[in-house]
Design a protein around this ligand. Structure first.
Ligand code: NOJ
Ligand code: CA
Length: 689
């Protein structure tokens, strides 16, 4: 156990063991959460296995099917008898390497059901259910057994039979991308979705279905069951030959998870997904460091620079020095440089990308030396273009190069169709590839930020160098498509972010992309452009608190930050937190989150396309202290469409009795920095009125 990982593990009690083989087997079993509100029931009926979930005695998920179908074997979904069940209680507190809270409570009751088919050859299947106060998880274990060794699953039969036609926020099932805008519809209007899918029931409960510890298995999508209202079944992402899982026993599936909350913010505060992953076993994690970073990046998206070499090449030695100087002067510790290596001109070809060779106008060793001198961590870039074979062949050499140069973070990319043909980004083969990259990177003490990834499922607990990933329709979409409407960022905290950190790349100050328009006037432009970010500047600041990511980008150009007082917020905002609280929220409307780092608090409030008058009670502050609050708010007459960039910055003295107004204009936001007041501030600052 490494020294940063402080684990108090206490198996408190073996509560009961029932149905030993000698006894007459019962056909059902129950486990409830430590607070007793969440109950999972397991039942065998006519030899088939079902589970059911209740919250405060109301059924949330009605009897739903469990089991598997195989390619060359009989289904493992019938003739079941319960051989043994056990219920245990577990309680621990663990410390994430990077986290939204510095201590995570992991408390649950676990039911293990051991099943056997009563027909020849009596194959076995175990199912583990965990009931937490904030939801449930269950996973299948296929034990090692003579009549189930190598297997090919063609269908995981897990179902989720919801009780009512809830309102849901979802993106369509897509085996290759999570880069979609979210829909808000009734469950009855859904055909198939990627997870997490989040919903609000007619009783005001918030539920979210996802998975945890996705290892050696394909990603799960959900599809509506024909003629059964509000019922969904697991639809795993296939291999090219349509098989879903290829493995051998013993094997375990990911956890199927259902978060349960009475207010939407509890979904964000929950650690259910991480808790369902194995603890980190590494001794040394000192090389994993959260960071803010800038990038030679936005220019390629808005079309003023190119990845490949040419008159507008972004990754030149000179440009890199300019970014390094700016980042060093402003306390931003990382720099991503895209377009440094050859291959961009041959996009789509099998061996296009060379992960060791820099373009002529980019002197990689020199830039790496200069970055070190200035205390800047370079973030390497490996775009694969989907040519995974090429990447795997060169992975070791690519990481060796970064290690030699002292580069300890890499952003990977899988834009485009996966090769070999027929493989999907979210299939088992790619899940295993993504994991191999994380493990290989760890051998070289390299942190990983994945774009076009497999969705997060909490594996950062086990492999904390898996720091952040995209897997969302991020900032880049504003540059080359209709973009993300203002409500997008009020939905993703309750959907995609429940799965894990998001590399959304916030911080665009020139929200109308004037630099691009200027170049267009000079007729130097590569392509037509009338895109912009649908935001106010203050909202961009608030996103640093709303969207959790231990690697968080300041995505705009240095010249758009230079001389801007509001950039101070980006300089000061932490990327690692001791505590996070969602103060108020309605999914798709607005969100207010407060996060603490030591004694300092940061608050972000954002709205969708509607103007809102919200309140921020500061009751989370210590009662015996005065604090300095600095407000970064939208200026008067500011809104995202007509006047997006006016920001007011003002500081006051506050205490925990104060309630600050958050008057958010259309598409606007508010960012607060709250620090214990020093003697000078106590004397000079006005109280907030
Ligand atoms: C898509 C990624 O999301 C983006 O950040 C990156 O710049 C391009 N691919 C090129 O790798
Ligand atoms: Ca992308």
């Amino acid at each position: 156990m490494h020294k940063n990982l402080f684990i108090i593990t206490l198996i408190v009690s073996l509560l009961l063991i029932t149905n030993c083989t000698s006894l007459k087997p019962k056909n059902s079993s129950v486990v409830s959460s430590p607070d007793g509100k969440v109950v999972v029931e397991f039942i065998i009926q006519d030899g088939k296995a079902y589970y059911k979930v209740l919250y405060e005695q109301d059924i949330i998920i009605n009897y739903s099917k469990l089991g598997f179908e195989f390619k060359n074997a009989e289904p493992l979904d019938n003739s079941f008898v319960i051989k043994k069940t056990s219920v245990t209680h577990f309680d621990e507190v663990w410390e994430p390497v990077c986290g939204s809270d510095s201590l995570v409570k992991n408390t649950f009751n676990e039911l293990i059901v051991m099943l056997e088919q009563n027909t020849h050859p009596k194959r076995k299947l175990n199912i583990i259910f965990r009931a937490y106060d904030d939801g449930i998880g269950f996973r299948y274990i296929l034990p090692d057994q003579p009549d189930l060794r190598d297997f090919e699953i063609i269908n995981e039969e897990t179902q989720f039979n919801f009780m009512t036609n809830s309102t849901a926020w979802w993106i369509p099932a897509d085996f290759d991308s999570y880069e979609h805008l979210y829909n808000q519809t009734l469950l009855s209007e859904i055909a198939a979705v990627n997870t997490p899918i989040t919903m609000k029931t007619d009783k005001g409960l918030y539920l979210s279905v996802h998975e945890a510890d996705l290892t050696d298995y394909p990603g799960m999508t959900l599809k509506a069951v024909d003629n059964e209202p509000f019922s969904f079944e697991c639809d795993l992402v296939p291999w090219p030959d349509s098989v879903k899982v290829k493995a051998s026993t013993p094997h375990r599936s990911p956890w199927r998870t259902i978060q349960i909350a009475t207010r939407p913010g509890q979904l964000i505060e929950s650690h259910l997904i991480e808790n369902l992953n194995d603890p980190c076993q590494w001794e040394d994690v000192s090389w994993i460091k959260p960071m803010k970073y800038m990038g030679i990046w936005w220019g390629m998206h808005i079309g003023t620079e190119t990845w490949g070499q040419g008159p507008y090449h972004g990754a030149t030695t000179e440009n890199a020095r300019r970014y390094i100087d700016f980042a060093a002067e402003h306390g931003i510790s990382g720099l991503l440089i895209e377009g440094w290596n050859t291959g961009w001109e041959s996009w789509g070809q099998e061996d296009a990308f060379n992960f060791k060779t820099a373009y002529d106008d980019f002197d990689l060793p020199k830039v790496a030396r200069y970055a070190k001198e200035k205390g800047i961590e370079l973030i390497g870039h490996h775009e694969t273009g989907g040519q995974v074979g090429n990447y795997e062949k060169n992975l070791t050499a690519a990481f060796e190069l970064y290690q030699q140069l002292g580069i300890n973070a890499v952003k990977t990319g899988y834009a485009g169709t996966i090769r070999p043909e027929g493989q999907h980004h979210h299939g088992q083969w790619m899940v295993n590839h993504y994991r191999n990259v994380v493990k290989k990177a760890a051998e070289y003490k390299i942190m990983v930020d994945v774009h076009e990834p497999i969705k997060p499922t909490g594996i950062r607990r086990t492999y904390p160098n898996m720091v952040t990933r995209e897997g969302v329709q991020g900032m880049e979409f504003n540059a080359w498509s209709k973009g993300n409407p203002p409500e997008h960022t009020t939905i993703i905290p309750f959907t995609r972010m429940l799965a894990g950190p998001i590399d959304y790349t916030p911080g665009i100050f020139d929200v109308e992309c004037k630099r691009h328009l200027e170049m267009r006037k000079n007729a130097k432009l590569r392509n037509n452009f009338n895109r912009r970010v649908h935001t106010t500047l203050a909202k961009q600041l608030a996103l640093y608190v709303i969207i959790y990511s231990p690697m968080q980008m300041a995505a705009d150009f240095p010249e758009n930050y230079a001389g801007q007082p509001a950039f101070k917020f980006i300089q000061d905002v932490p990327v690692n937190w001791d505590e996070s609280k969602v103060l108020d929220a309605e999914i798709g409307d607005f969100v207010i989150i407060a996060r603490r780092n030591n004694e300092d608090w940061f608050v972000g409030a954002i709205t969708d396309e509607k103007q809102r008058a919200l309140e921020i009670p500061l009751s989370f502050l210590k009662s015996d202290k005065k604090y300095k609050v600095t407000l970064y708010s939208d200026g008067p007459n500011t809104d995202w469409e007509t006047n997006p960039t006016d920001v007011n910055i003002a500081s006051y003295l506050v205490d925990n009795q104060d309630i600050l107004p958050a008057n958010l204009p259309k598409g606007g936001g508010l960012a607060l920095q709250i620090t214990p007041a020093n003697a000078d501030e106590l004397e000079k600052l006005k109280a907030f009125e």
